[in-house]
Design a protein around this ligand. Structure first.
Ligand SMILES: NC(=O)c1ccc[n+]([C@@H]2O[C@H](COP(=O)([O-])OP(=O)(O)OC[C@H]3O[C@@H](n4cnc5c(N)ncnc54)[C@H](OP(=O)(O)O)[C@@H]3O)[C@@H](O)[C@H]2O)c1
Length: 320
C-alpha cells in the first residue's frame, strides 16, 4: 500500500509517500480502507519530534480517518462505513485501528466530513462536557477558532446552548468561525477589550485554549468569576506560566485537557462520547468546516498548511 512517512524529524518537508506492507490487524483491531484522512496539529509536531509520542523513524502519522471496514472484526462488518481514530498510521491506504476507536457513521455523512470528526469533536466533547461542565447560557471564548479543534469547540459549545466568542487572526478565518456557529468573532489583537465590551464587562465563563503563548494572561483576564480556562495545546509555540495568586481572588480554575491520555485509561469512553455526538451529526449541528483537500501524494504540503498557520477549516488528505 502507499503511505505518507515521516523520514526525518526536520519538519513537513521530510514527509514522503512510499510503498510499505499493509498492517496486520491485532485480535481486537479493525482493518479500515481509508478514504480521507484528517491532518491535525499533532502531525505537525510529530514531524519535528515535538509530540509526546515519538515512534521510531520512519513512521506514518495520521490521527483520524474515514473509510470502509475490510473484514468482520470487533463487532463491525465488512463494508461498514466508519470514522476512526488510529492516533498514528492514518495517512495511508489502509490502517489497523483498535475496535474501541472505530465509530459507525450515520447514513449520509460524506467521507471528507467524517474524517474530520473523531479527534477534534471527541476532544471538544471531553473538554466542554466532562472537564468544564459547560451549561446552556454560559459564554465561551475559543482561540484558534478556524482550526480543527477550535471550530469543533465552537460548534459543540453553540449546540450546547452557549454563547460563543471566536478569536481568529484573519478575515478568512473569521468566516470559518462564523460558519462554525460563533456568535461573535474578534481579532487576536485586542481580544480582551472586545470580550469585555461584548460581555458588558463581565467576562466569559470558559476559555478554550489550543494556542497558549503570549495571549494566555489576557485569556485569564477575560474570565468572569469562577471561570474555567481549558489548556489544550500550544500552537503559539510558548508554554505559558501562571502566577497562582492570579487565580485566587477571582476563583479561577485552569484545567488541563488531554483526551488521548484519558482514552488510553478509559477505552470505552470514546464510544460513549461518539453516541452522544451522533444526534448532533445527524441533525447537522456539528459538521466540520472543510478547507483544502489534497491527494495523498501531497501529504507534506497538507501538513505544511497547518505548520504555516494557513489552514482555514480542516485540511484533509484524499486517499481513494
Ligand atoms: N489536549 C488534547 O486532548 C488535544 C487534542 C487535539 C489537539 N490538541 C492540540 O490542539 C492544538 C490545535 O490543534 P489543531 O489540529 O486544531 O490545529 P490547527 O487546525 O492548525 O489550528 C490551530 C490554530 O492555532 C492558531 N495559531 C496561533 N499561532 C499559531 C502558529 N504559530 N502556528 C499555527 N497555528 C497558530 C491558528 O489560529 P489563528 O491563526 O486564528 O490564531 C490555528 O487556526 C494543537 O496544539 C494540538 O496538539 C490537543
Amino acid at each position: 500500500m502507499r503511505a505518507a512517512m515521516i523520514t526525518a524529524l526536520t519538519g513537513p518537508d521530510a514527509v514522503e509517500v512510499r510503498e510499505r506492507p499493509e498492517p496486520v490487524p491485532g485480535p481486537d483491531q479493525v482493518l479500515v480502507d481509508v478514504e480521507h484522512a484528517g491532518v491535525t496539529f499533532p502531525d505537525v509536531l510529530q514531524t519535528r519530534g515535538r509530540y509526546q509520542r515519538r515512534p521510531d523513524l520512519p513512521f506514518t502519522p495520521g490521527w483520524e480517518v474515514s473509510g470502509v471496514v475490510r473484514a468482520d472484526a470487533a463487532g463491525f462488518r465488512a463494508g461498514d462505513r466508519v470514522a476512526a481514530l488510529p492516533t498514528t498510521g492514518g495517512l495511508a491506504e489502509t490502517v489497523a485501528v483498535d475496535g474501541s476507536m472505530v465509530f459507525p457513521l450515520p447514513d449520509g455523512v460524506p467521507s471528507d466530513r467524517a474524517a474530520a470528526l473523531p479527534l477534534n469533536y471527541l476532544t471538544a466533547h471531553f473538554a466542554l462536557v466532562r472537564r468544564a461542565r459547560l451549561e446552556a447560557g454560559e459564554r465561551v471564548l475559543v482561540h484558534g477558532a478556524a482550526g480543527g479543534l477550535g471550530a469543533a469547540a465552537c460548534q459543540l459549545a453553540a449546540a450546547s446552548g452557549a454563547r460563543v466568542v471566536a478569536v481568529v487572526s484573519t478575515p478568512e478565518k473569521a468566516e470559518v468561525a462564523r460558519a462554525a456557529g460563533a456568535h461573535d468573532v474578534v481579532p487576536v489583537d485586542g481580544f480582551r477589550d472586545e470580550v469585555r465590551r461584548l460581555t458588558g464587562g463581565r467576562g466569559v465563563d470558559v476559555v478554550v485554549d489550543p494556542v497558549g503563548g503570549d495571549r494566555f494572561p489576557d485569556s485569564l483576564r477575560s474570565l468572569a468569576r469562577e471561570g474555567r480556562l481549558l489548556v489544550l495545546g500550544f500552537t503559539g509555540g510558548e508554554i505559558p506560566t501562571v502566577k497562582v495568586s492570579r487565580l485566587l481572588l477571582t476563583n479561577t480554575t485552569v484545567m488541563g485537557v488531554a483526551s488521548a491520555e484519558l482514552w488510553a485509561d478509559e477505552p470505552d469512553l470514546p464510544g460513549r462520547q461518539w453516541r452522544d455526538l451522533v444526534p448532533l451529526i445527524r441533525s447537522g449541528a456539528i459538521a466540520p468546516p472543510i478547507g483544502r483537500v489534497l491527494p495523498l501524494q501531497d501529504a507534506a504540503a497538507a501538513i505544511r498548511e497547518l505548520d504555516e498557520r494557513r489552514a482555514a477549516g480542516r485540511v484533509l488528505v484524499r486517499v481513494r
